[in-house]
Design a protein around this ligand. Structure first.
Ligand code: IMP
Length: 175
């Protein structure tokens, strides 16, 4: 087991996460019963959540990934989002769900939502493992959220600080 720094405080254990992802998968499975869902994960943060969610979903899925970056330092986004890696496959006429690790300012999600809508998806929903509404800069409506968190920087379960700690199986707030 990796040593956890003293400045980290546990917000959600691996068991809390497992329970919540199971609930989300059941809810999404009911909403999409009889359909094929195309999951679009936002690299790198959402990779861990997407792989857990996909394995719990009771419906067939396909998945693809894109990567975006916002100019700015590690913890403060500048607001300008740009594409680093586009999707491999077309999304036209598909039922698509964007999978995010965390919605913070909302700028990333807004950019991706507009991009996918312009590609004429059949339907589009948004699912984030974490939501931190206090720091929102643009309005985004969420369809599925794992946990709503207070205004603290978090790591683990895919989320990083300077590219580290993504591998932790729990979510920690950095003090
Ligand atoms: P937004 O565009 O400000 O909503 O944030 C987009 C991205 O910033 C997220 O997808 C994360 O990759 C990253 N991010 C925001 N807050 C955190 C955090 O607390 N920990 C790790 N990454 C974060």
């Amino acid at each position: 087991m990796v040593k956890i720094p003293e400045q980290f405080s546990l917000l959600y254990s691996a068991e809390d996460i497992d329970r919540r992802v199971t609930e989300l998968a059941d809810e999404i499975g009911q909403a999409y019963a009889g359909k094929m869902l195309h999951l679009v994960g936002v690299l790198k943060g959402a990779a861990v959540f997407l792989s857990d969610l996909a394995r719990k979903l009771p419906i067939p899925t396909t998945f693809d990934f894109l990567a975006v970056a916002s100019y700015g330092d590690a913890t403060e986004s500048s607001g300008v989002v740009r594409m680093i890696k586009d999707l491999d496959d077309p999304v036209e006429s598909r039922d698509v769900m964007i999978i995010e690790d965390i919605v913070d300012t909302g700028l990333t999600l807004k950019y991706i939502e507009e991009l996918l809508r312009s590609r004429k998806v059949a339907s589009l929903t948004k699912c984030a493992f974490l939501d931190r509404p206090d720091r929102r800069k643009v309005k985004v409506t969420m369809d599925y959220v794992g946990f709503t968190i207070p205004n603290r920087y978090v790591v683990g379960y895919g989320l990083d600080f300077e590219q580290k700690w993504r591998h932790l199986p729990a979510i920690y707030a950095i003090n």
